[in-house]
Design a protein around this ligand. Sequence first.
Ligand code: CA
Length: 461
Amino acid sequence: MSDLFNQISRRKFIITAGASASAIFLKGCLGNPPEPGGSTSSGSNSGTTAAPVVNISPEQKPETTKVKLGYIPIVESAPLIIAKVKGFFAEYGMTDVELAKQASWGAARDNVEIGSAGGGIDGGQWQMPMPHLITEGLITKGNQKIPMYVLCQLITNGNGIAIANKWAGKGVGLTLDQAKSAITALKSSSTPFTAAQTFPAVNQDFWIRYWLAANGINPDVDVKLLTVPAAQTVANMKTGTMDAFSTGDPWPYRIVKDKIGFLAVLTAEMWKDHPEEYFAMRGDWVDKHPKATKALLKGIIKAQQWLDNFDNRKEASEILAGRNYFNLPADILIEPFQGNYDMGERKVNDKSLAAYYWKDTKGSVSYPYKSHDLWFITESVRWGFLPKDYIENGAAKAKALIDQVNKENIWKEAAQEMGIAAADIPTATSRGVEEFFDGVKFDPEKPEEYLKSLKIKKVAI
Ligand code: CA
């Protein structure tokens, strides 16, 4: 089953693993923001916070106070960092949460394979569908199947596609009507349009592929698409050998601030309130510590609610920007956190396009909708990362995998135990039909129809 996936992607993953093992890439790799003055190689934060433990009933008392969670220093990780720093984990009895900065997505994958007992991590922040791919043994060493549980979504919006300055003034934006012929004309030259993401076959790869394909450009044929450590990407963008890359804030915004390039598009413009990154843990940890898992979720939910109060976003920017976390000037974060983006060629001033953590215009951000897992699996089939049998026959195989990985029931229990209003607890596991900027619709009841409707795809369906 995994042969196809391996042929297409395993080599890329090996490149990722090799890069993360090499000291030269330790600074700011794979989705991490640049860290002008600091180190990214360790960055573990242990120690307790001052907040008192609230009254926890004996039935809800966590089995352990200790856990090690991985994060990547982009705004997606904010609920984990805020829950620790503001004492929200501790309030629910998780007084020994260690947050471990990961040098790359490949490093996070390697660390969850060994777990905290082996010096790694028990879970943390993930692009999608990494938890499903790890569960299936598709991106692990020796294809070992390591069950993972998706427990909540961390964030929506907050990502973008950055473009090198040499494309300034050439019509590279949400649509590419003017630029398309210039991009595709380079196809058979020695310098094809080169776009990068920080880990293959997950969100940032999907966003750049969706954007190109919606504009009539085949990402597998018309351009060169690579997995590149972010530090190398910026160097390449500066020297003009890299045309585009896709990642989370503060990375894209920083490209504009440092005058390396401009922002063509925010992911929120492509698919408003789209699913982005998730909190997931090793299944064996959750099975052994069901109450501690819910305590972690309660701390994260409280942090997500705190983050969605825009009055808190200056303080949030200062906490995240701190030396122990992102290690950059706080003002890089403050403006995008308000929905103010200097895109370089245009300005976006729209609060509804900012990052949200708890609620967005479509409902819950935190609740992990199974219909969103299904979109990531369907998009994986679209580009040949997963075989099409996941989606055939009513997507039975995809749904079985999602039922195994997505633990929305645990989210609901945690939300109920902490007194979240019933109106804020979704009753359906599907958010319903989703619509993209090009008018394409994804009906989670008919993923095969979605694939058939797409003009540009790798799968024959
Ligand atoms: Ca992201």
